[in-house]
Design a protein around this ligand. Sequence first.
Ligand code: ZN
Length: 252
Amino acid sequence: MLPCCRVQVVQSNRRRPVRKVHSDPVFHTPHRQAEVASGRFVQRYYDPGIGRFLSTDPVTAYEKPMTNFNRYVYALNNPYRFTDPDGREFESINPANNQKLEGYINSQAAGEFKFNDSNKLERVGDGNGSGSQTYNDSLVQGIASDKTTLIAIQPTVGNVNVADRGNGLTGQVGDKIAVVINDQSLNTVDAAGAPLVDSPATILEHEIAGHAVPQMMGQPNANAVGIDNQIRSELRTPQIPADPTHKAYDPP
Ligand SMILES: [Zn+2]
């Protein structure tokens, strides 16, 4: 399992805490969204203290893979609902979340994406919308790859609290990649008591474009933060601090 992204909170030097970030010991902190939107930028700041609970234990996580997915893995053997002849796509494991996931993706990607009746993501339209072209291209690449990424919204994965991982993580279930985000605690606090404020759409983007797709494309050493920042630049949202060590795949 990839330790990947932890969304952290960074204390703002004014008013309330602003954005968070993720990733192993990475601290993010950009400018406030509203200020960026209005063309004003505030200084960057970050609280190194948040690093203390960021330390991950990838080995432990790896050895206890997403057990909550087990039932689904078994269900994969059911050709009735989970036909996956070529293993090419992103697949939502819970149809009840399809619309929410589509909303997250479509709010940031230039293309419009939709889950089909088999819960597989497809792009609809020409992909020339106002969102990030890089994110659009990433999704298209993933769909065209020979790998499958499962996408889930849930608070825990086995004994791992997704909130403690920055509300997003990318791991593996068998030969499939799995992206899990938690949108239930985004407005609460993390294990250190710091508010979690990143949007689920941003977290999902980071997990998909920064971690899952590079793995699907056989590029495990791709820099997840670099990809994320490219997308953020296209969306004109705050950058997160560069971290060359934040790879698409962090081997256990
Ligand atoms: Zn990450």
